[in-house]
Design a binder for this molecule. Structure first.
Ligand code: ARG
Ligand code: ZN
Length: 872
């Protein structure tokens, strides 16, 4: 039953053109599809034609104008047993009910609007089709609706006609997309929407009309998204030489959306949380998310749309590459180092967790049973790390040449990751066959570094070793190519030069790039004339997605933290010392932050210049990350408590400095969502959080004052999260006030649900159950479900309660939701990704909950797959 990469065959038929005539109606939308088909010369001659359907009802079928019996159409497929052996025209009419579409795939309603989501296999819920990404066709879409119901009618490509339907209250719009595309990029929107308009011109002089459509009354909240879009368009021309290729670019924000957003050609559809923002309603993190996702979807126009995927096994070809591109964009718009730190923090928290658990899979999987379950941190974020490693290995020039070659050679085609890799092999003249293992081997490689210093000869020996732990279905791993950007940091803070490289055992390329390539299980390097106390700084900029363990002492780490010219490694050294401290405390040892006093004080002092970086240093690794470091028999209560003790220790030790930070920030000017403003707020809020950890009573008072006085959501919500950790009437009153102040703003109400789901207290499951009864809660709205239930699933102590109540709660909601929206249900079930790390008592409870889910009759393929793989 799983679909295998090795079974790939080219399609037997091609579609030259698709004409769609869609009559929108709340419960009975009629779609007439006219397909210009012909046998694929590369396919099997005379093969039957199978068009994909999903729950479809055909009301008319005709071949070259001749009616065919409706019996050839079943809900899941339409079959022509003996199609003509020449070009032919197939007309199929289907009838769908968008109001009953609770899965939010295909044509559905969000509020009063109509919209679509077709990736990965939603188009087959609209009409019968060769619903696979390697079938590219030119789409023309006519949409008709009652004018009052849907004054706005949008499709892919350029608008070519519009008008009234004479003698009726209906109107129509015709859209034509000249660029051949697969069906997953199809989209339409119809509804009563307001629009924010703007325009731009490409470098080649093409004028492009830009529009962001939002619910009535919200155009002011679309301004930042529009600004981000224009910046992204110019950046892609400047950095990747990619210009836009249609006359219009439309973005539509809807409030009911399973994922983040979708790159439909010329008509991107967004979860409105990645479009809407104003200082009073959105946090700095929300603004940054909007900038990233707007750019991501826009960048797909080249990496995904112009060059698409041959099959869904190649998903990372477009997603990994597009994440890499949006990360680089954001890095250029903000602080590169801080962006890298934030990305790696997310990678470690989500992707490393996935790669180290039962759901581990490779970036290019070789089998799947439900493709929607592969829109994962591994496909996206590890995929992006692979792109970054190409650049590190071949160097920036060969990387740019490889990208240019890729765009040139594969434009208009459906490509594979091998095609992509081939471009860099060619542009660099390097054999990248071993590098390809990054795509096919799951699991996070471990790299260990051991040093030996001989004071007499002044030789520093560096021993490197790698191995990758087994993952489901892949018991034996082979060595990968690990690019380790490196330097040697002397105790006095200066950089020890590596003279020729040859003496150390480095190749000329390695020496020129400053990158050690570890491609064997182990390797020894010998650095000569090294000053005593010199510390290797490895994996600078996080040059490979590996877990690095070194024998650095705490003092060595403080040296790096203080002096490393690589900001990422300064941060990472701090993270390592801090997590050592937590783990020491967990084992009952001393967890005194005193040795960090000087280094942390220095960070706080430089915080005036680089507050965003300081905020990152002052944020400890998350419990989930620490749990993976421990690796087995984790007691999350003890771990959370140990982490809080370290935070409290730092808060107490540096209280005067933190108070000064808060006092200095009091007169910060008016809110601006830019990097500088966001950094300053992040720094102050990190200070507040640590101060409160050290002195909860005083911290709660400070937080309450900030909560009351804040003129922006970032500071208000940060204060409320600090209050969230302090039980009592003040917290409950603040929560109540927050709700009544923002009850009309769905995205803020989501924050209110999420914040309560995150409270690390024993009555949180009870609170979550109560909140599920709240009038504002709805299982039908993905954002709401992700906020409350997803938020609870990410609560390390309460989801993983020893009594199993947390597991049961999530399992129950998954079961409840599965019949309505399998994608959201399956994503919620992902909360169990690390259950095997727990101590035996919790493990047994988690397993029982998973078995309860997997034992349900009539599970969706989505949930069935995640449950089965989680159980292993
Ligand atoms: N291609 C979209 C993006 O990353 C994600 C769409 C995923 N949708 C889904 N139903 N799996 O930009
Ligand atoms: Zn994407």
């Amino acid at each position: 039953q799983p679909i295998r990469l090795s079974d790939y065959r080219v399609p037997d038929y091609l579609v030259d053109a698709v004409d769609l005539d869609i009559h929108l109606h709340e419960t009975a939308t009629r779609i007439r599809a006219t397909l210009q088909l012909r046998p694929n010369p590369a396919g099997v001659a005379g093969a039957p034609l199978h068009l994909d359907g999903d729950g479809l009802v055909a009301t008319a079928i005709a071949l070259d104008g001749e009616p065919l019996p409706l019996g050839i159409a079943e809900p899941e497929r339409l079959t022509l047993a003996e199609p003509p052996r020449r070009a032919f025209t197939l007309m199929v009419e289907t009838l769908v009910d968008p109001s009953a579409n609770s899965a939010l795939m295909g044509l559905y309603r969000s509020g009063s609007a109509f919209c679509t989501q077709c990736e990965a296999e939603g188009f087959r819920r609209i009409t019968y089709y060769l619903d696979r990404p390697d079938v590219l066709s030119v789409f023309t879409t006519r949409i008709e609706a009652e004018r009052a119901v849907a004054p706005v009618l949008l499709g892919n490509g350029n608008p070519v006609a519009a008008g009234d339907v004479p003698g009726t209250d209906r109107h129509f719009a015709v859209w034509h997309d000249p660029h051949p595309k697969p069906s997953y990029l199809f989209a339409i929107v119809g509804g009563r929407l307001d629009v924010l308009r703007d325009a731009t011109t490409t470098g080649a002089g093409r004028p492009v009309d830009l529009a962001v459509y939002v619910e009535p009354g919200k155009t002011a909240q679309a301004a930042y998204a529009m600004d981000a879009l224009k910046r992204a368009m110019h950046w892609d021309e400047r950095v990747f030489g990619r210009a836009y290729d249609l006359d219009v670019f439309n973005v539509v924000a809807v409030s009911d959306f399973n994922m983040g957003a979708m790159e439909n050609k010329g008509l991107n559809i967004f979860n409105d949380k990645y479009v809407l923002a104003s200082p009073e309603l959105a946090t700095d993190a929300d603004y940054a998310g909007i900038e990233t996702v707007i750019a991501h979807e826009y960048f797909h126009n080249w990496t995904g749309n112009r060059i698409t995927c041959r099959d869904w096994f190649q998903l990372s070809l477009k997603e990994g590459l597009t994440v890499y591109r949006d990360q680089e964009f954001s890095a250029d718009q903000r602080s590169r180092a801080v962006k890298r730190i934030a990305d790696v923090r997310a990678l470690r928290a989500r992707q490393f967790a996935e790669d180290g658990g039962p759901l581990a899979h490779s970036v290019r999987p070789d089998a799947y049973s439900e493709i929607n379950n592969f829109y994962t941190a591994t496909i996206y974020e590890k995929g992006a790390e692979i792109i970054r490693m190409y650049r590190t290995l071949v160097g920036p020039e060969a990387f740019d040449r490889g990208m240019a070659l890729y765009f040139d050679r594969y434009d208009g085609t459906a490509a594979t990751v091998e095609d992509f890799l081939g471009c860099f092999a060619e542009s660099s003249g390097r054999d990248l066959s071993q590098f390809f293992r990054w795509y096919v081997q799951a699991g996070t490689p471990r790299v260990t570094a051991t040093t030996r210093y001989d004071a007499a000869t002044r030789v520093l020996t560096l021993d490197l070793a790698q191995d990758t732990p087994p993952t489901p279905g892949q018991p034996v791993k082979r060595p990968v190519v690990v690019p380790l950007r490196f330097g040697l940091v002397r105790r006095d803070g200066t950089e020890q030069p590596v003279r020729t490289g040859a003496e150390a055992g480095l190749s000329a390329t390695e020496h020129d790039h400053g990158v050690i390539e570890l491609s064997t299980p182990s390797r020894r390097l010998r650095f000569e004339d090294v000053a005593p106390g010199t510390v290797p700084s490895l994996l600078r900029g996080f040059s490979a997605p590996v877990r690095l363990t070194t024998d650095a002492t705490d003092a060595d780490l403080v040296t790096l933290m203080t002096h490393d010219e690589d900001a990422f490694n300064r941060w990472d050294a701090a993270q390592t010392v801090l997590s050592r401290l937590v783990l020491a405390g967990l084992r009952g040892g001393p967890a005194e932050p005193a040795p960090l006093r000087a280094a942390l004080s220095a960070v706080i002092e430089t915080g005036a210049r680089d507050p965003a970086f300081a905020a990152q240093v002052l944020t400890l690794p998350a419990v989930s990350e620490l749990a993976h470091e421990i690796g087995r028999d984790v007691d999350p209560d003890a771990l959370h408590a140990a982490r809080e003790r370290v935070r409290a220790g730092i808060g107490t030790m540096l209280a005067p400095a933190f108070r000064a930070v808060l006092a200095a920030g009091r007169n910060a000017g008016p809110y601006a969502p830019d990097a500088a403003g966001a950094g300053a707020r992040a720094f102050r809020n990190a200070a507040l959080s640590l101060l409160a950890a050290g002195d909860p009573e005083n911290g709660a008072a400070l937080a309450l004052a900030q909560f009351d006085g804040a003129d922006n959501m970032t500071d208000r919500l940060a204060a409320l999260s600090v209050l969230g950790l302090v039980p009592g009437a003040a917290r409950e009153a603040a929560l109540a006030r927050f709700y009544s102040d923002f009850a009309d703003h769905a995205l803020v109400v989501d924050k209110w649900f999420a914040l309560q789901a995150a409270i690390p207290e024993a009555d949180t499951p009870e609170r979550v159950r109560r909140l599920m009864e709240h009038p504002a809660f709805s299982l039908a709205v993905p954002n709401r479900v992700y906020a409350l239930i997803g938020g609870f699933g990410a609560n390390p102590t309460q989801f993983n309660r020893p009594d199993g109540a947390g597991y049961d709660l999530v399992a129950s909601v998954v079961i409840l939701l599965d019949g309505k929206n399998p994608q959201v249900a399956s994503r919620l079930l992902g909360a169990f990704r690390s259950w095997r790390l727990m101590e035996p008592g919790r493990r047994a409870k988690a397993e029982a909950a998973l078995r309860r889910v997997s034992g349900q009759p009539a599970l969706s393929p989505d949930v069935k797959d995640i449950a089965a793989r989680s159980l292993g």
